[in-house]
Design a protein around this ligand. Structure first.
Ligand SMILES: [Zn+2]
Ligand SMILES: [Zn+2]
Length: 295
């Protein structure tokens, strides 16, 4: 029991210290997610301001500050709180005889750094795509994911507007992804994380960008806007589930981009009844089990 308690406290303290060191510039700049996130946000927001897709959308669009709060809550506050709990899982796995090598099917360690990063990126992106499909398919998960889909005007900060439960739901599959790689996280994994944050911000930005022929590989704002469309093809529970890569949607035929005016209505059926404030949005998934509309 003592080992669990110590693991919890040291991990909690570790992430608190790391975040604080990031804020006061005491960590190497390339692993500074705090200022990195702010930097990426400013660049993408600048692109929205100078090259807006929906010209009439305000710079401080609807829910700008709410999403801004979500961004820091999910990335830092929640991450600090939850890190202690994740460390408990690590100790538990060890106790039942599992380690990072238990599910290894690919050994990355002998490869060139570029291929290590590429495989790491692709495997993690796929498990996240799959998790995202589940969030839409099962109504009890969808009720948490509705927070992300309640955005009515799209902008970069909507990227990190999501229920904190999503962090928990994504985590086991992400861990499984890393375990397939033999628990191997490349030393330069921060490059992958920063690329993923940048693509995620761009996907939600008010910019018309589709990467030309690369749209079949890279997710983009045009494709992702349709993921947020209120009207989706009959009989489906969603389209364009891609996170950084769009290729999974093309492979599994969940791609859908009927036009690119950027003017479609966003949200989900019944979203006028969805709470508008942070607290109630976060309570929503835990209650109202029978009242909600499923899409
Ligand atoms: Zn979604
Ligand atoms: Zn989105």
């Amino acid at each position: 029991m003592r080992r669990y308690f110590e693991a919890f406290v040291s991990s909690f303290k570790g992430s608190l210290d790391w975040t604080w060191s990031s804020i006061i510039f005491e960590v190497p700049w390339y692993t500074n997610y705090f200022w990195g996130l702010i930097g990426i946000s400013i660049v993408v927001w600048g692109l929205e301001i100078f090259f807006p897709w929906r010209k009439r959308q305000a710079i401080f669009r609807k829910d700008f500050w709410l999403d801004f709060f979500y961004m820091f809550f999910n990335f830092f506050l929640f991450a600090i709180v939850i890190s202690g709990f994740y460390s408990l899982l690590g100790v538990f796995f060890k106790d039942i005889g599992l380690n990072e090598k238990s599910f290894a099917i690919i050994d990355l360690s002998g490869l060139a750094v570029f291929f290590q990063l590429l495989i790491f990126f692709v495997v993690l992106d796929f498990v996240q795509w799959f998790t995202h499909v589940l969030l839409h398919k099962y109504s009890f998960l969808w009720n948490f994911h509705k927070v992300h889909h309640s955005v009515k005007e799209m902008g970069f900060a909507a990227h990190l507007r999501y229920h904190w439960m999503e962090n928990i739901l994504y985590k086991p599959l992400k861990v499984f992804g890393v375990m397939i790689l033999g628990g191997f996280e490349p030393d330069q994994a921060y490059i992958v994380h920063f690329i993923a944050i940048s693509i995620g911000h761009l996907n939600h930005a008010n910019i018309k960008l589709s990467w030309g022929p690369f749209k079949y590989v890279l997710n983009n704002p045009v494709m992702h806007l349709y993921h947020h469309s209120k009207a989706i093809p009959k009989g489906s529970y969603g389209v364009n589930f891609g996170i950084s890569l769009s290729i999974w949607d093309y492979i599994f035929k969940t791609n859908y981009i009927p036009e690119d005016s950027g003017t479609i209505e966003l949200g989900f059926p019944g979203d006028q009844l969805f709470p508008k404030d942070f607290i109630h949005q976060n309570l929503y998934g835990f209650r109202n089990k029978n009242k909600q509309t499923k899409t």
